[in-house]
Write a protein that binds this ligand. Structure first.
Ligand code: SF4
Length: 476
């Protein structure tokens, strides 16, 4: 079963990238990282906590069927209704049917990557159901008509001046470029929607199998309003979001906020166990949990690739990634960007679709160092590069024969030191035919594709000379 979501080629995206991306992104991500470092420094047991978190996630992935069944029973025991969605289309139809059964004309939404994944807003709008994002960042990008460019801060690429201009254009309000004032305007506009909405939609950071509890970790009150004010609450979560019990949850709550925004704990942590049980309680009359597969079962068969499901979506890997910091989230072509997007999208969509993403990394490993649950991002990237090059059960071989031939020859040369030395002596001479002023501007196939875009420095024996001069000879 393959996943369904639009993937946009980099070339199509470049025209949508505002020039402010590197500035705005680097400013925000640096702040997250500084805060994270301060919180981690306060916890001498941080490394042990990471290991425990990693072990719990891996154990859950390997026993997902057991925990999902336990979760279903617990949600039902608490009065909730569980739906299983094999595909994105199934999930959309389930939510649409629930909305129709309750004559919903307006839905309010808390921030949710799962509903982004199934493109729920578009489906609801097409069915005539107005859908309003109520997380400030999501509200801004909904007005802008774009997707998120960061897991946590979806409008991270926009400066306050651009947001003020957007409010002016879309809401007809002369808003100053002041974050406090912009937030006030959004809050006032959204408050009415909470009161009018017939359905609240959310995702979930975790679902606890032990009690069937949906956990939402947020920093704005909108999550509570979405899930508590309308009489109907529908939560869409990936099957990978299940955790065994409340003991596990305490570990992840300690890891998540610290890694994400550098807070000790997020401003709001909501625990939702079924609908309200008495009329006096705050909460919906009906609670539906849609458990989304959409390609996850297929990934679970791959012992290397499935480790991606350890992720708790803190975004620390994106915040520290030099590639993400320079190109921003849109360049990844998918709604989850940064290193986690680079290892998730090719697996969800298939390597032939998102074949560039495993290469969108320098493999520096900073992402692995900051990941609170030790997702082996660089290991999975290398695994996916192999899949792109050699093909796998999910995809036919997609690398052209000349490229594979050169890679095989290079592998041979790098495996035998005498062959490598011979090659480095011969190569400068051969490539000398193509060089001009120290640059190779037009190389033969397969390097032609590269030099058509940017020149290569001419091959030389510099490294060998440098090694002899500075290292080898001085050690003798
Ligand atoms: S891979 Fe790790 S660092 Fe990246 S979002 Fe997931 S949990 Fe956070």
């Amino acid at each position: 079963m393959s996943a369904e979501h639009r993937y946009i080629e980099f070339g199509d995206y470049t025209q949508h990238i505002p020039p402010s991306i590197p500035d705005a992104v680097q400013h925000a991500t640096s702040k997250f990282l500084l805060n994270r470092a301060a919180r981690v420094a306060e916890m001498p047991q941080w490394e042990q906590l990471r290991q425990i978190g990693s072990d719990i996630r891996m154990h859950t992935i390997e026993n997902l069927d057991i925990y999902l069944e336990r979760l279903e029973q617990a949600v039902q025991a608490a009065g909730g209704i569980v739906h299983w969605a094999a595909t994105a289309e199934d999930a959309r139809q389930i939510v649409l049917q629930i909305a129709r059964d309750h004559n919903v004309s307006l839905a309010v939404k808390a921030k949710s990557m799962a509903t982004e994944e199934i493109e729920l807003n578009q489906a609801l709008e097409a069915a005539g159901i107005s859908t309003v994002e109520t997380d400030l960042g999501e509200y801004i990008i909904q007005l802008a008509g774009t997707g998120p460019s960061h897991i946590l801060a979806p409008a991270i690429h926009l400066k306050k001046e651009q947001i003020a201009a957007l409010f002016h254009e879309k809401l007809g309000i002369d808003a100053p470029a002041d974050p406090v004032e912009l937030t006030r305007i959004a809050r006032e506009t959204l408050r009415e929607k909470f009161l009018q909405a017939g359905m609240g939609i959310s995702g979930g950071n975790f679902v606890v199998a032990e009690t069937g509890t949906l956990v939402l970790v947020t920093n704005e009150g909108n999550g509570r309003m979405c899930t508590g004010m309308p009489d109907l609450h529908v939560a869409v979560v990936g099957i990978d979001k299940v955790i065994p019990d409340w003991d596990s949850l305490t570990v992840f709550l300690k890891l998540l906020a610290r890694s994400a925004t550098g807070q000790k704990i997020s401003t709001y942590t909501q625990f939702i166990t079924g609908p309200r049980h008495t009329d006096g309680e705050f909460g919906p009359r009906e609670f539906h949990l849609v458990l989304l597969d959409n390609g996850r079962s297929a990934i679970l068969k791959d012992p290397v690739g499935r480790q991606v499901f350890k992720c708790i979506r803190c975004s620390a890997c994106a915040n520290i990634c030099p590639v993400y910091g320079n190109v921003g989230g849109f360049a990844y072509g998918w709604f989850i960007s940064g290193p986690i997007g680079a290892i998730l999208a090719p697996q969800m969509l298939g390597t032939p679709v998102a074949r560039e993403l495993p290469y969108a990394s320098t493999l520096c490993g900073s992402c692995v160092d900051v990941c609170p649950v030790k997702v082996p991002i660089t290991g999975i990237l290398r695994h996916l590069r192999r899949r792109v090059a050699q093909g796998d059960e999910f995809a036919p071989a997609s690398m052209p024969v000349p490229v594979r031939t050169v890679a095989s020859v290079a592998a041979l040369g790098l495996g035998w030191s005498w062959l490598y030395r011979l090659g480095t002596r011969l190569l400068p001479g051969v490539m000398g035919f193509f060089q001009q002023d120290g640059w190779i501007k037009s190389a033969p196939t397969p390097l032609k594709r590269w030099t058509d875009v940017r020149p290569l420095p001419a091959f030389g024996a510099h490294f060998r000379q440098w090694w002899h001069k500075h290292i080898k000879d001085t050690n003798q």
